[in-house]
Design a protein around this ligand. Structure first.
Ligand code: UD1
Length: 420
């Protein structure tokens, strides 16, 4: 298994290009199931999660061509030849559930295994299912699979999500595009990836209003056509690399970065001592003086994203004082804390709260990645720690960070990947 070795203590200086958003691409790809004509996605990130979604779509009968070294994906779904999303693929990635809404909307039936994914809590799919039922689907849960039917097609309805789930909003939005009549979705998620999906669906001929607000209205159409859509910038990769020059010192320009994608996060990063400047090419980040403690609560967008909590914790380990991080989206999402403590961090976790007492320095150590965002937090900590940090189980990282070693070493980081 590969490992990443980081030798800490070098300030980062240079530029890091930010890729297209993994989480946007993972919902745009299944949207191709809604049309007989091809969907072309540009600015796709090259990640193992994207390959897993490709494998899943191919198993359903889609033809997926990865052009320009994987930057452009052309997905053709003339016919869905298999309506079962198998456990062997779905268990690798929770976003697989996003094929359910499109298949059901287009052909009136679908069978999808209940998903797995990162080990960061129970993560049920009850909202996806109750929303599809509200649109007239008949669901049966058997043998670990959801068997869904809507023989006469889905029918527009008003549905209020009990929680603004990102995935459920995406599944329901896609399903509603081909439902008969009007669908009103209330208390929907407002993440930039949802706005990106709505824009792509509109380019395919869908009639959608209200993306980015708590209520979306969808006027169902008979069919969607092909389109070309550019995947939005990855705000989580952006936020992660914005932390790098703050934790190590130095100055890094994040190419393609936009502050509106990381508003709440940027406010907290500035409170912790970052200086963020908008440039024609993106955002420049550096650090003024020392790292200050800040309290952080994760919330649905536009609040502080849960996907940046682990990285923020790595930074706050070095703060001059005590910070409290509250995780409100996922239970059990502090698995990076014990690994950071192996490096000398002073952290106490009580349920959904972590108290981080800043220390003068961390010391490199062997650590283990436990999930995607946890693994990059250990790399950030390693960049600022004294000595050598060896991160194992880096396959988690490959799910969501493209060329992490290349991007960081271009800014002077001493980081290498060892294959075994
Ligand atoms: C998406 C992102 C993930 C991010 C998360 C929150 C993708 C591929 N993944 O995940 O990186 O961390 O948003 O910003 O886009 N829940 C239910 N029932 C449901 C659905 C969700 O109880 O039917 C709960 C979950 O267990 C969790 C919370 O709602 O506690 C948030 O989940 P959700 O917003 O659905 O996240 P995902 O779409 O899975």
């Amino acid at each position: 298994m590969d490992r990443i070795i980081v030798n800490g203590g070098t300030p980062l200086n240079g530029q890091i290009p930010i890729s297209g958003a993994k989480n946007a691409c993972l919902t745009l790809m299944p949207a191709a199931l809604l049309s007989e004509e091809p969907l072309t996605l540009t600015n796709a990130p090259r990640l193992s999660d994207i390959r897993t979604m490709t494998e899943l779509l191919e198993s359903l009968g889609c033809e997926v061509a990865a052009l320009q070294d994987g930057r452009v994906l052309v997905i053709g779904t003339e016919k869905i030849s298999n309506h079962t999303a198998d456990y062997d693929i779905v268990r690798k990635m929770r976003a697989s559930i996003l094929v359910l809404g499109p298949m059901l909307a287009r052909d009136g039936h679908a069978v999808v295994s209940l998903p797995g994914g990162c080990a960061i809590g129970a993560r049920p799919v009850d909202i996806h299912l109750s929303g599809l039922e509200a649109l007239g689907a008949d669901l049966d849960l058997r043998d670990g699979y959801v068997h869904a039917k809507a023989p006469k097609g889905l029918i527009g309805a008003t549905y209020e999500l009990p929680f603004a789930s990102v995935g459920a909003t995406e599944n329901l939005l896609m399903a509603a595009t081909l439902a008969k009549g009007t669908t009103v979705l209330k208390n929907v998620a407002r993440e930039p990836e949802i706005v990106d999906l709505a824009e792509c669906l509109r380019a395919m001929g869908a009639q959608i209003e209200g993306e980015g607000t708590p209520t979306m209205t969808v006027e169902g159409v008979d069919r969607l056509h092909g389109a070309t859509h550019q995947v939005v910038t990855d705000r989580i990769e952006l936020g992660t690399y914005m932390i790098a020059p703050v934790i190590t010192g130095g100055e890094v320009e994040l190419l393609g970065g936009r502050r509106d994608l990381v508003g709440a996060f940027s406010d907290k990063l500035e409170a912790a001592g970052a200086v963020i400047t908008e440039t024609p090419n993106g955002l420049v980040v550096s650090r003024k003086n020392g790292i200050k403690p800040v309290d952080v609560t994760t919330e649905v967008h536009p609040g502080f994203p849960t996907d940046l909590q682990a990285q923020m914790m790595a930074l706050l380990c070095f703060a001059d004082g005590t910070s409290v991080l509250e995780e409100k989206i996922f239970e059990n999402r502090f698995m990076h804390a014990p690994e950071l403590m192996r490096m000398g961090a002073d952290i106490e976790v009580h349920g959904g709260h972590a108290t981080v007492n800043g220390v003068k320095s961390l010391k490199g150590a062997p650590v283990m990645a436990t999930d995607l965002r946890a693994s990059i937090s250990l790399i950030l900590a390693g960049l600022a720690a004294e000595g050598e940090t060896v991160v194992s189980r880096v396959y988690h990282l490959d799910r969501g960070y493209e060329h992490v070693v290349r991007k960081l070493s271009a800014c002077g980081a001493k980081i290498e990947r060892i294959s075994e």
